[in-house]
Structure formats: structure tokens, C-alpha cells
Design a protein around this ligand. Structure first.
Ligand code: BG6
Ligand code: MG
Length: 220
């Protein structure tokens, strides 16, 4: 087994508590479109791009929109989402996340971001944590969405690492699947019942230090 040399983090739901804002904004949009939308369905939207998320909601509701209306709805969702984001402060970082990044950096691990979000840089800036990331691969750079491994492949390449030497941290089903398909080590953030293909699942990054985590992964 190869030595672990770097970490690739998803953003929403791993480092920052924005998954709840995505849910609220999609829920509001679904209501406007008269489409029921549950927390369970929301799990399927985590890690999925804005355009694919809207398409899924429309499919669930058996509805379709003209191209112009589709764009307008995506714009509205993002506007509502950003209203929440702009009110956010550094408390919105998830428990242990910033300390974990700090410690990983001190240990000399390579750190990158692999997010489907087009708002990733804005959020990292708002939280004042952009400087931890040696590479940021976001929704503006990728052409294939999770569960395709492209976002993590690009991240590992930019860090100069092999997938087997790189740990992906993900809260979404699509993201863990992307990491699995790409041959990455996998840490799920959330519930083990949902993130079944993760090698280790923790509720948040406060549970263990980077060194403890690497130690555990080395024993698998
Ligand atoms: C992912 C979120 O990180 O980014 C998804 O889990 C979201 O819920 C996707 O749809 C795209 O985000 P944005 O900010 O570009 O709409
Ligand atoms: Mg996520």
C-alpha cells in the first residue's frame, strides 16, 4: 500500500456547513415549481452540479421547462443560496475543519479542494481559509460531475500525487463513488449508513487528527 501524502477535500458539507443552504434554496425552488422535495431526495443532490440538480428535481416532479426558464430557475436558486452564504461567518466552518487543515499543513501533507460548486472560491475567501489549498478544482474547471472522478483526478495531478496516496474527504454519495472509481482513499463525513463505500466514516473532522486518520487508513 502506498504512503499517504495528500488530502483532497470536498467543500460543502465537509469543511463548511453550506449543504443546509443548498437544501433550503432547492426546497424553496421546488415549492415554487409545485414539486415535493424531501431530505432523502436531497441526499441525491449532494455533490451534484447545479444544472444536474435542477434536472433531477424536474424529473422527480415530472415537469420540464424551456431553456430560458431553466436558466432563470438556476439563477434564482443561486441567488437564494448566496443570500444565506453572505450572512455566513467563520462559525459556519464545520467542527474541527480549520484545525484539521492547519494540522495537515503543519505535517507537510499536500492539500487540495475538489468541489462541484462554482461558488467555492467565494466561500473559502469568506471563511479566510483559501491559503490552505495548494490547488482548487471547482465547478468552473470541471466538465464531468461527480460520480465521475475528474474533479479528484485533476486535484491529485495538480498536487503531483497518485490516487492511492491521496485521501478524499466527502459527505456525498456521488463524491464517495467518484473517489472509489478514481482509486482514491476515502473518508466519509456524515453517516456510515449512507456513505457505505467510504473506508472510514466520521461525523466531522473534529473526531481525529490527520496523523490518527492516516494511521487508521494504513491498517485497512
Ligand atoms: C456541491 C453541493 O458541492 O456543489 C451541491 O454538494 C451543489 O449541492 C453543487 O449543487 C454546485 O454548487 P453551486 O454552488 O455551483 O451551485
Ligand atoms: Mg459535499
Amino acid at each position: 500500500m502506498k504512503a499517504i501524502k495528500g488530502f483532497l477535500f470536498d467543500l460543502d458539507g465537509v469543511i463548511v456547513d453550506t449543504a443546509k443552504f443548498h437544501f433550503k434554496a432547492w426546497h424553496r425552488l421546488a415549492s415554487e415549481l409545485d414539486i415535493p422535495f424531501t431530505e432523502e431526495q436531497n441526499e441525491e443532490l449532494k455533490g451534484v452540479s447545479r444544472v444536474e440538480s435542477l434536472q433531477k428535481i424536474l424529473d422527480w416532479g415530472g415537469k420540464s421547462l424551456s431553456a430560458d426558464e431553466f436558466d432563470r430557475m438556476m439563477g434564482l436558486k443561486n441567488e437564494w443560496y448566496l443570500e444565506f452564504v453572505r450572512e455566513m461567518n467563520s462559525d459556519e466552518a464545520l467542527p474541527g475543519a480549520v484545525e484539521f487543515l492547519e494540522e495537515a499543513q503543519k505535517q507537510g501533507l499536500a492539500i487540495g479542494l475538489g468541489s462541484a460548486s462554482k461558488n467555492a472560491v467565494l466561500i473559502l475567501d469568506l471563511l479566510g481559509i483559501k491559503h490552505y489549498f495548494k490547488t482548487i478544482i471547482d465547478g468552473n474547471l470541471i466538465t464531468k460531475s461527480k460520480p465521475d472522478p475528474q474533479v479528484f483526478d485533476m486535484g491529485a495531478k495538480a498536487l503531483g500525487l497518485d490516487p492511492e496516496s491521496t485521501v478524499v474527504f466527502e459527505d456525498s454519495l456521488a463524491g464517495i463513488e467518484a473517489a472509489l472509481r478514481g482509486g482514491f482513499r476515502r473518508v466519509g463525513i456524515g453517516s456510515a449508513d449512507i456513505l457505505r463505500d467510504a473506508e472510514i466514516v466520521v461525523p466531522n473532522l473534529a473526531q481525529m487528527s490527520p496523523a490518527e486518520l492516516i494511521n487508521q487508513l494504513n491498517q485497512i
